[in-house]
Design a protein around this ligand. Structure first.
Ligand code: IPM
Ligand code: MG
Length: 355
């Protein structure tokens, strides 16, 4: 019998709309080849949701995503909404969204495509073969800690983690490491922060259940340096919310463009797949956005949420083939492009390379 899946789609703002459209085309193609049907339902979130409903995260969106098999997400935000009160801003909607869905584990792979080795600002011999998985805790830490607030002369946030929160994200990271190179580096600031000392103690305790994984600890400032000095030393990086936010942007640059990298946010209830880049309002509507990160996110969705690894492989291969043939979007086109494609052309080329 034909397999059928319900996918919730959030296009969001800026280039979100363009890149999601390309990912949908790719899913439809791979579905038609492997006889899998995807039903897409669209929901509003971000600035467009605020403009339409007065709320950057309507309840209908949360309910719709929870009922679907998985969510494919574009990007949200833009200058237009920057002056709204904080709770009405698209970013607040995104944080509420993550919390409501309880997607506590954010997986952000940084893989250097051989075909694009010259697109990075780092030397090829430093980045060749880089394959890192950043596991970022997503619904705790300083992003959500209380107390927080601001007066005219003082502002404050609180970095809090409970042992339970650290344990559950640690298990996710150790299990991933077991399927990879069996190396896990936990990143904290335990030389200064008490919350980091608890993080370090807890990760060490959890590691006893994963004796096949080699655990190391690193301070976040050192990790930021090591990522550009010798990135190949890393396999899985496990870290908290704000450190993971910063380090995953840094890791993405090893790969040449933030337009390439997918991510997954997972929990017990559902999972959200999205490019790690933002809504890039400066290039929205120009047809120059790179849809690869979103297409690769759709592939991650097939692999991790829908149990369709063959379809995921087929998308990953099509992306590689497309790059191998010299196809580039503007962001990765400076070095060796044979063809500079628009967003739609890149999507179409990847679709045509799916076998
Ligand atoms: C990310 C983004 C978000 C974050 C912003 C848009 C709230 O930078 O997903 O990395 O800080 O988590
Ligand atoms: Mg970020």
């Amino acid at each position: 019998m034909k397999q059928k899946f319900n996918i919730s789609i959030i296009k969001g703002d800026g280039i979100g709309v363009e890149i999601i459209n390309e990912a949908i085309k790719v899913l439809q193609k791979v579905g038609s080849i492997y006889d899998v049907e995807f039903d897409f339902s669209q929901y509003l979130m971000g600035g467009v949701a605020y403009d339409t409903t007065g709320d950057p995260l309507p309840q209908e969106t949360i309910d719709g995503v929870l009922q679907s098999d998985a969510c494919l997400f574009g990007a949200i935000g833009g200058q237009k909404w920057d002056d709204l009160p904080r709770e009405l801003r698209p970013e607040s909607g995104l944080l509420r969204f993550r919390k409501a869905l309880e997607v506590f584990a954010n997986l952000r792979p940084a893989v250097v495509y051989d075909e694009l080795i010259d697109a990075s600002s780092l030397k090829p011999q430093v980045i060749k073969g880089v394959d890192i998985m950043v596991v970022r805790e997503l619904i705790g830490g300083i992003y959500f800690g209380e107390p927080k607030g601001k007066t005219a002369t003082k502002g404050w946030n609180t970095m809090v983690y409970t042992k339970t929160e650290i344990e559950r994200i640690s298990h996710v990271a150790f299990k991933l490491a077991q399927k990879r190179d069996k190396k896990l580096c936990s990143v904290d600031k335990a030389n200064v922060l008490d919350v980091s000392q608890l993080w370090r103690d807890t990760v060490t305790e959890v590691s006893k259940q994963y004796s096949d994984v080699e655990l190391s600890h690193m301070y976040v400032d050192n990790c930021a340096m090591q990522l550009v000095a010798n990135p190949r030393q890393f396999d899985v990086i496990l870290t908290g919310n704000i450190f993971g936010d910063i380090l995953s942007d840094e890791a993405s640059m090893l790969c040449g463009s933030i337009g390439l990298l997918p991510s997954a946010s997972t929990g017990e209830k559902t999972a959200v797949y999205e490019p790690i880049h933002g809504s890039a309002p400066d290039i929205a509507g120009l047809g120059v956005a790179n849809p690869i990160a979103t297409i690769a996110s759709a592939s991650m969705m097939l692999r991790y949420s829908l149990g369709l690894p063959k379809l995921a492989d087929s998308i990953d291969e099509a992306i590689k083939q497309t790059l191998k043939d010299g196809n580039r979007t503007k962001d990765i086109g400076a070095f060796d492009a044979k063809y500079i494609l628009t967003t739609t052309q890149m999507g179409d080329t990847i679709v045509s390379n799916i076998r």
